[in-house]
Design a protein around this ligand. Structure first.
Ligand code: 5GP
Length: 198
């Protein structure tokens, strides 16, 4: 599919966030508030986690299928993260933003860097969900499920990589305190994105 940028009227809201920062809750509320809002479904080569559904959380595909899509130029961006590949199909974003619609894309740093080179800056808002640093995330993770030190160290390494994307954000959503405040901050980003649609 050709990436024609001359007809863009919509807006892409990028969400970057460390694991456990509550991004899912914020995004779900925004989807409820805006029936025409679309959250892209990425392709990934990682294993499905309990509770996840193919075609809903991700398109779970093999490494070979992923490579074939890369070779075929189907991805708008893709990256390797924690040993797995993740990519956003052009078809998930481009046909939607020819209309004055808002699309949410939840990706990591390398993907955002690629989108910055492709999409016109005025059609993109980059957000970062800040849950208040490693100690907060660690405490939340420990509360949810017991974890070995090795697992916790791996999570910490992952956190440091994810936190490195924070300086790229246009808007930092503070999700360290009152949850409703965080929803309001995210809703303000949505309103601004809809206002920028032409
Ligand atoms: P998880 O495996 O926990 O679902 O996601 C790992 C990381 O990959 C998260 O930071 C998530 O935002 C990112 N990610 C998910 N889909 C994509 C994608 O299509 N492209 C890129 N670049 N990153 C993605």
């Amino acid at each position: 599919m050709e990436t024609d940028l001359s007809h863009i009227r919509g807006h892409v809201v990028v969400v970057m966030a460390p694991m456990g920062s509550g991004k899912g809750t914020l995004i779900n509320r925004a989807l409820e508030n805006h029936p025409d809002l679309y959250e892209t479904v990425s392709c990934t080569t990682r294993d499905m986690r309990p509770g996840e559904k193919d075609g809903i959380n991700y398109h779970f595909i093999t490494k070979e299928e992923f490579e074939a899509k890369v070779d075929d130029g189907q991805f708008l961006e893709w990256a390797e993260f924690a040993g797995n590949k993740y990519g956003t199909l052009k078809g998930e974003i481009m046909p939607r933003i020819v209309d004055p619609r808002v699309v949410i894309v939840e990706i990591e740093l390398q993907g955002v860097q690629q989108l910055l080179k492709i999409l016109p800056r005025e059609h993109m808002t980059i957000t970062y969900i800040d849950a208040g640093g490693w100690e907060v995330l660690r405490a939340r993770a420990e509360k949810r499920a017991p974890m070995s030190e090795t697992e916790m160290n791996a999570r910490h390494d992952r956190f440091l990589i994810e936190e490195a994307s924070k300086p790229l954000a246009d808007v930092i959503i503070d999700n360290s305190g009152n949850e409703e405040d965080a929803h309001a901050q995210f809703e303000a980003v949505m309103q601004a994105a809809y206002n920028k649609c032409k």
